[in-house]
Structure formats: C-alpha cells, structure tokens
Design a protein around this ligand. Structure first.
Ligand code: GLY
Length: 371
C-alpha cells in the first residue's frame, strides 16, 4: 500500500470518528477500542483537533474544518483558566489555534495562540534558564525546579509567536530552554533523562530523574522521541547547529537500541525481568522526527539512513499496530504505553494517532506543519 492509500484510509477513519467524538476529545484507549474522553484541562486535549486540522490541510474538506471549529470554544475558554495551564500550552495551542490561524488566517485564533504563548513565557525561570514543566503545590515542591524533555515540543509556540509579533523575547526564552535541556538532559552516551531538577532560586543544577521511564538512569523511549522531534523543530526555527546535533545524537542512540521491527519498547534500558511493553507512540513521534531531521542534515547518506529508518518504523506501525480496518476503533494505533509505572501499559493514545498522521504526511513529502 502506498502512503497516499494509507492516508486515504486514515482520513476515512477520522471522518468516521467525527460524529462519535462530537465536541469530546480522546484521552486514552479502552479495551473495547473506544476512547475514554478528556475531562477538562488534560495535556492531551490538542491531539484530536491536530488530526482534524491535518486532515483539512490535506483534503480541504469542510467536514474536517467544521469538526475542528467545533472544538475551538474549548481551547479559547481554557485560556481564561490559568489554573489549567502548565508547560503543555505548546502541545495544546500549536495544534489548535496556531493550526487554525495558519490554515484560515483567522484573527481570533491568532490572538488566542499569542495569549497561550504569553502564559508559557510566564513559566520561565531566569536563574536556571528553563521553563518550569509541572505546577508546584508549595514552596518546597521539587516541581518548582523541574524540566522534562517533553517540553521541547512546546517551544514551537514561542518561536511562532516571535515571528508573528516581531518580539524577540519569546524566541530568547525558547532558545534558552532548549540550550539548558541540551546541557542537562542529554548524557554523554546520547541517552536522556526524562527530567532534570534545578534549585529554582539559584538555578543550581541538581540531578536527573525519571517520572515515566524505567529508572532514573534509564532512557524513556517516548522522551527520546520528543527530544528528536523537538530539537529538530528548534533547529528548523533557529538554524542553530547545536539543536540539529542534539537531535542527531538522540536519533543515533535510539536507532542503535531499537528492536528488530523498529517500534520501541517503552524504555531503551529495561532489565531482563522488567515488563517489555511496546510504545507505538514513541515510534510514531520518532518517525516524524527522523523525516524532519533528514531534511536538515547535509550528509546525503545520513539523511537517507534516517528516511529509511523512519519508513521502516512506519511500515511496522501500519502492518502490526494500525487500526485502519477496525470499524469500531476510535483511535489509529494500538499498543501505546502511556505511563507504565502507573499501570497504563497497552492503549490507543491520541498523541500516537496524531504523530502517525504527521509521519505519514512527512513520508509523502509534506513539510508544513503547525509546530
Ligand atoms: N508528555 C507526557 C507524555 O509523553 O506522556
């Protein structure tokens, strides 16, 4: 099957799911192939609308535009609930209001996305030169000084806001955060910590830790994928070779540690007696990131290696994980590992679905996205 044939099935699948989803948003898959819905203020809220906007960008069919616009009031209203914000504003608003603005030029969407960017800059810690990831409950909460590798995906919102407004501050914060992440979260062997903790009052660099990986010194595969894609996006906006090289280092580590079919286990450093769940979302994010990175490296052989690896990952996802011929499934990919330590081990995941579509579109030559 060609990529365009697969994409036609993907868009059919999304079309079928639209009336079932209504104005809901998928959170995590259930055993009967339906999605548990998001309650308000979930970090994954943006991935369904992101798929709708990608489908609209590609097909220009009104059904996708109308479904995406039906979701918009939620994202606008959420801006008025600052208690619902953490660093995931980039995931949320790049795929909703930035996408809307890029595709339709709508001014309400632009203004909303800029408000989201403003909130994100409010999380910047100048002592440590980082964006605080999660919210803290008290003065002594370690989250006051915590970054996580996932945050790289939130920086696109800031780079976009600088371009829109001509104000350098958004971009300066994004560059500072990406540089701090590079210096702290990547280990000398090119594996990564999920999280790094700073003294929030002095900026002193304290230690790497995990929350969703197997161990503090292991390498959570979805985090590695966020890093590959996120650093490549930072390079796309800045042309800063440090960020391209960071993406290359992470890609080389992941490629050297993938299982035979190219779909990662949930962590690259599992002990033999640890549960070996696959994480299809880590594969989809990495495939999208490898296609982007392949366009950025000068060496043609290296670029070809990344494209070949991304295609192999996509083929494995299509063959063994995709739910395209499953009429009851509300998601696109099975076997995602959301949070193994909390018991979420084998589910459809909306971010796996979104990045599967992005990777298929990148494989087909599309280069314009919403990050
Ligand atoms: N950003 C949270 C996750 O990847 O699970």
């Amino acid at each position: 099957m060609t990529y365009s044939e697969t994409l036609a099935l993907v868009f059919d699948h999304i079309r079928r799911t639209i009336p079932r989803m209504g104005t809901d948003r998928p959170a995590i898959g259930r055993g009967d192939w339906t999605y548990e819905r998001c309650h308000d203020n979930h970090w994954v809220d943006g991935f369904w609308i992101g798929q709708l906007w990608l489908a609209y960008a590609e097909t220009r069919e009104a059904v996708f535009l109308e479904a995406a616009r039906a979701q918009r009031p939620y994202f606008l209203a959420r801006l008025d609930r600052p208690d619902s914000h953490d660093h995931d504003l980039g995931f949320l608003y790049s795929l909703s209001l930035v996408a809307d603005f890029k595709l339709t030029g709508d001014e309400t969407a632009r203004r909303g996305a800029l408000r989201a960017a403003d909130f994100l800059t409010g999380r910047y810690n100048p002592h440590g030169r980082f964006i605080q990831a999660w919210n803290s409950q008290s003065e002594h909460d370690r989250n006051r000084g915590r970054i996580i590798i996932d945050c790289l995906e939130n920086l696109g919102l800031l780079f976009w806001a600088s371009k829109q407004t001509g104000q350098p501050r958004y971009r300066e914060i994004a560059v500072a955060h990406a540089a701090t992440t590079l210096e702290t979260i990547i280990r000398p062997d090119n594996s990564t910590y999920h999280s790094f903790v700073f003294d929030p009052d002095t900026g002193e660099r304290l230690c790497g830790e995990t929350v969703q990986g197997f161990a503090d010194d292991s390498c959570w595969s979805r985090g590695q994928s966020w890093g590959i894609h996120g650093f490549a996006v930072a390079h796309q906006y800045t042309g800063d070779a440090r960020f391209r090289e960071a993406a290359v280092r992470l890609a080389e580590y992941a490629l050297a540690h993938l299982p035979g079919d190219g779909v990662p286990y949930w962590d690259y450093r599992l002990t033999d007696d640890a549960p070996h769940y696959r994480d299809s979302s880590a594969g989809a994010i990495m495939a999208a990131g490898l296609f982007l990175l392949a366009d950025q490296v000068a060496d043609e052989a290296q670029a070809a290696r990344y494209r070949d690896a991304a295609r192999a990952m996509l083929h494995a996802l299509i063959a063994d994980y995709a739910l395209l011929d499953h009429p009851e499934a509300e998601g696109l990919l099975a076997h995602g590992a959301s949070h193994v330590r909390q018991g979420y081990t084998d589910n459809m995941l909306p971010y796996g679905d979104y990045f599967f579509v992005e990777a298929l579109l990148r494989a087909s030559g599309r280069t314009a996205f919403f990050w």
